[in-house]
Design a binder for this molecule. Sequence first.
Ligand SMILES: NC(=O)c1ccc[n+]([C@@H]2O[C@H](COP(=O)([O-])OP(=O)(O)OC[C@H]3O[C@@H](n4cnc5c(N)ncnc54)[C@H](O)[C@@H]3O)[C@@H](O)[C@H]2O)c1
Ligand SMILES: [Zn+2]
Ligand SMILES: [Zn+2]
Length: 382
Amino acid sequence: MRALSYFGPNKVKVVKKPDPKIEHPNDVVLKVTRAAICGSDLHLLHGMVPDTRVGCTFGHEFTGVVEEVGKTVTNLAKGDRVVVPFNISCGTCFYCSRGLSANCENTNPNSDVASGVYGYSHTTGGYEGGQAEYVRVPFADVGPMKIPDDMQDEEVLFLSDILPTGYQAAEMGEIKGGETVVVFGSGPVGLFAMKSAWLLGAGRVIAVDHVEYRLEFARRYAGVETVNFKKVPDIVSYLKDQFEGRGPDVCIEAVGMEAEGSKFQRFLGMMFMQAGVPVAINWAIHTVRKGGNVAIIGVYGPPWNLVDIGTAMNKGLTLRMNQCNVRRYMPHLLKHIREGRIDAKAIITHRFPLSDAPEAYEIFSDKKDGCVKCVLTPGVAA
Ligand SMILES: NC(=O)c1ccc[n+]([C@@H]2O[C@H](COP(=O)([O-])OP(=O)(O)OC[C@H]3O[C@@H](n4cnc5c(N)ncnc54)[C@H](O)[C@@H]3O)[C@@H](O)[C@H]2O)c1
Ligand SMILES: [Zn+2]
Ligand SMILES: [Zn+2]
């Protein structure tokens, strides 16, 4: 088959690889129809994620058609169309049975951190990803969700990751009705956090970024107010001033480990002297009102970062964070899509055949051509 393959920082190519096979009776093999590129893939591309090995295939947001079915898989048959959570989870361990599929202890057993993830380095188990013609799906009776016959793959593609992730952020922020919210990052994850904030009843939402076209997209798609942090003298005091000098009730961090905004933090983060650039975390901690909630969904690596924990403590903040427990949100968010409250596919600005994946990465990474979300089209989709 053809698959995207990593060749070192900022270098990906499409190569021939052996077709994946059933390795365990609980696997299925999918023919991939759609595979999106995520902001998390950019951290891999830029060489920021430890143990990203040359030759591995990225891609953890995909839909596909079941091609081969392992002997013990009872709920899927050849020809079924499915959307698959990015976390690989066993469904039965201590964490899975508590809804924490992102922390499954069976699919990445040598790690004290996250579960297995498709195409996300050997730090998350070394599983092959879905930016390919075919992909092996372990624990196939746990993760994949069948796509309703009357829905297209692209309508539900983002149930694999970014829509549940944005929703989980709003939920971790404990938005229940009337809260004021600031979302740092107006990429795909930030956009769905903004939408979810409204769905959960937020009273006011302000988005922060420095890329103008993304702020414009956020205003249009998510109906939020926006601010470009490069156009105000001090983003934290600007934001506090929007909320009577106190700051908002909730801050959501949807930026992650390559944040702009502090030369000092960037130097330490990009030189691997800390595990990423926690600028947006610190802005969130400083901006939110005392006693407020900070939800962190941007990705950072272990083991440590220069985070202003003393400020968080003294302000009495609640900090919540995790990889998204995708599976538990899928049915609920499918309903929101079906009933027209979220048009998830409307954030797709670019589609490319698999052969053009390197170009797609470049456009998404460099924020060229108004790119918000890139989708690869390895196979024909319904
Ligand atoms: N927790 C999870 O399960 C999960 C799932 C998916 C993605 N993520 C992470 O979420 C983050 C965002 O993903 P994405 O796909 O939206 O990525 P993206 O790179 O497209 O978006 C990030 C946005 O943040 C902006 N930005 C940079 N510095 C900023 C700052 N200091 N303040 C405000 N905005 C700033 C960038 O201009 C960009 O528009 C990434 O770190 C990704 O790895 C986490
Ligand atoms: Zn993702
Ligand atoms: Zn588990």
